[in-house]
Design a protein around this ligand. Sequence first.
Ligand code: S3P
Length: 444
Amino acid sequence: METLAAALATRAGGPLRGRVMPPGDKSISHRALILGLLCVGETKIVGLLEGDDVLHTAVACAALGAKVQRRGEGRWSVRGCGIGSLLAPRAPLDFGNSGTGMRLMMGVVGSHAITATFDGDASLRKRPMQRILDPLGSMGAEVLAQTPGGRCPILLKGTSEPTPIVFSPPVASAQIKSAVLLAGLNSPGRTTVIEAEATRDHTEKMLKYFGASIETGPFAKHGQKITLEGRPDLRPARVIVPSDPSSAAFPLVAATIVPRSDIVIEGMMMNPLRTGLLATLLEMGADIDILDRRAEGGEEVADLRVRAAALKGVDVPAARAPSMIDEYPILAVAAAFASGEMRMRGLAELRVKESDRLRAVADGLREAGAASQIIGDDLIVEGRAGDVLGGGMAATHLDHRIAMSFLCLGLASRRPMAIDDSRMIATSFPEFQALMEQLGARFQ
Ligand code: S3P
């Protein structure tokens, strides 16, 4: 049953101060559960993001035969059934708001002799799935029913004899790459994905960590080529989930735009395929010290000391988009507080995220008294040199990152800023309000 929308607002108060640790990475959390399902034996996960998106994936893993147990805060155990031995789920698999959960699991089901219905909320029902169904079709999976245009609910019949393929995703997408690689796990032979633009590599790294034979090399100027040997003997492992840079992005930008702020964000993952926002904020003049770089759970992490700074607008190249694809809404908020014009190029993919983020950002900025334009696939924001009016209400369209971005804007605007619905924040960052309040943020 749908719950009622919950409006929320923020207003400027004093500076943000203190130390915080953002929640576990969403991408790694989904993958840890799914690889746990695909191993025989117990996978232990520490620091799992307990957001709604990931919890839907946990339930789907259980429906496919895994024994999934919560052992304590962020501590989970998955006893999987192994590649080739999944159970047919008895009910539709509901992924809520999560494109990642749905697309990765389509890859898993597509190469097993089972049939499953994939469904989600009103936002997920609008998102394109054909990009996943096409390669899975080449491998032998069949779509038995779908909503026109490759939208869910989708009834997918997997195959027991998947054909290994060589596939070049039509758009830069770690979800497409991961779906094909996960399907390739049960294919006899080598599955290859060639990416023109390298995207986050968590699936590849984790597959290697669980014992798969997988090779990655550079391809053309910005791309990579990944080859996986099918039917590996995956070994259950212990996964430590680092802090999510896409969630850290909110306190990071808030501390930059709220005058006199000085905070430390602990344990943020520094995987170079995820740090585009950091690079862009530094170019804009942000005051960020990267402290204590260290390895944790197979990823580099660091603490970030962030102090308020005057920003200037810059031109962000399209090639940087994959490394900060989820961070454009909050970057656009930073741009509104910068001086001069900021152009963010090559953002076509933002139109098919949890909402049409290009539209939602431009509309929300207008509500806050800041001008922006969408020209082709570029977003151009007119900076207001620290003086953003606020006072409006941003429509969030079931999109957690739109919600959190405009709440951050309200912490530094002249008047309070409201959002129409805060429920979706729980999909990726359930403790967002508490963590921001711990830093001194004012909600109303
Ligand atoms: C994700 C990949 C990205 C990103 C999403 C998480 C992943 O999506 O936007 O939030 O975990 O693989 P695309 O692959 O569609 O770009």
